[in-house]
Design a protein around this ligand. Structure first.
Ligand code: NAD
Length: 353
């Protein structure tokens, strides 16, 4: 039994990892999250009140608070997921991305290093920190080729530039100070509990609200999709079998054009929640493209498959069906997180329960 400290554990991927660690292992989970609009304790489900789960509402830019949590909880593993994560928001307001993704990661690395140095030699050897990043740091591909761990960084958006900066810091803290850090770069995730601003939950939400379904440009942009529980399993595998100093690309071998993702959702909704007025796809609307929109991302996940022994369980078709079914069965979750009613402990602010 180990103690895992998860930053961003109330967000989309972090909450999936927290729920999985509580459900499938005996590990203790310490959840550090400042609860931005994207963080919701409601996403933790049964893990929230579990005796092996502890929550600390802490900003990763707050060194003093981080130090107190580390000294009190004494983690064996840190998995760092806290971040500002939405490209469109980074175009509207990049400052928060530099603050959390760059300054916050720097602060966490400094405090992790201070904590790690104070441990016994045995605990120092066993300690792991996984810095979770994105394939967007590699920039855009043309019609062919895939990102490997050796692909040079070429970020396009303020989001991916801030993540690239944090990756460089994480690598430097490993090389310069010996902190046992592993960096992972994952493709687009989808699944339950994703805030409805990203393509898949936004499309489901809009379709169920009889609203137009916006698709950037002509919908030709290609992303490689991975079901979120498969990403959580990959992170656990990297903690257990990854090599400090190495980086691992994580992907689902599921490249899809955005317009095909939206059409796939519409087809599932036609089956699971038919609209008597007609096919859901009739509401697809092509809108002005995002500035600097990367054309294509694709991951070569050979290293993590071979060296760590991980592979995804879900195909895009099985994962998308599970996702659409979940959003249809949990429309109240979407309404609550969009209204902000369930963010943090604001239960006194209204009849949020
Ligand atoms: N979603 C994807 O498709 C994807 C793909 C690859 C990598 N990633 C990376 O995985 C990580 C998690 O992504 P996500 O989609 O779950 O994001 P998310 O936006 O759903 O969640 C981020 C979480 O971090 C918390 N947070 C934000 N700023 C914080 C701060 N200063 N201090 C403490 N907590 C803070 C938020 O409250 C939220 O709970 C990010 O680092 C992201 O770059 C995401």
């Amino acid at each position: 039994m180990a103690t895992y400290l998860i930053t961003g554990g109330a967000g989309f991927i972090g909450s999936a990892l927290v729920r999985q660690l509580i459900a499938e292992t005996d590990h203790r989970v310490v959840n550090v999250d400042c609860l931005t609009y994207a963080g919701n304790l409601d996403s933790l489900d049964g893990a929230r009140d579990h005796p092996r789960h502890a929550f600390h509402q802490v900003d990763i830019c707050d060194a003093v608070a981080l130090r107190a949590v580390l000294e009190h909880e004494r983690p064996d593993v840190i998995v760092h997921l806290a971040a500002e994560s939405h490209v469109d928001r980074s175009i509207d307001g990049p400052g928060a991305f530099i603050q959390t993704n760059v300054v916050g990661t720097f602060t966490l690395l400094q405090e992790a290093r201070r904590y790690w140095l104070a441990q016994s030699a045995e605990r120092r050897r066993a300690f792991r920190m996984v810095h979770v990043s994105t394939d967007e740091v590699f920039g855009s591909l043309g019609a062919t080729g895939r990102f490997t761990e050796e692909t040079p960084y070429a970020p396009s958006s303020p989001y991916s530039a801030s993540k690239a900066g944090s990756d460089h810091l994480a690598r430097a803290w490993q090389r310069t100070f010996g902190l046992p850090v592993i960096v992972t770069n994952c493709s687009n995730n989808y699944g339950p509990y994703q805030f409805p601003e990203k393509l898949i939950p936004l499309t489901i939400h809009k379709a169920m609200s009889d609203a137009p379904l916006p698709v950037y440009g002509r919908g030709e942009n290609v992303r490689d999709w991975l079901f979120v529980d498969d990403h959580a399993r990959a992170l656990r595998a990297v903690v257990e079998r990854g090599v400090p100093g190495d980086t691992y690309n994580i992907g689902g071998d599921s490249e899809r054009r955005n317009v095909d993702v939206v059409r796939g959702i519409c087809a599932l909704l036609d089956e699971l929640a038919p609209d008597p007025a007609g096919a859901h796809a009739r509401r697809i609307e092509f809108v002005t493209d995002r500035p600097g929109h990367d054309f294509r991302y694709a991951i070569d996940a050979t290293r993590i498959r071979r060296a760590v022994g991980w592979s995804p369980r879900e195909s895009f078709e099985t994962g998308l069906r599970k996702t659409v079914e979940w959003y249809l069965a949990n429309r109240a979750w979407t309404e609550r997180v969009m209204s902000g009613a369930y963010r943090g402990e604001r239960l006194g602010a209204g009849s949020a329960a």
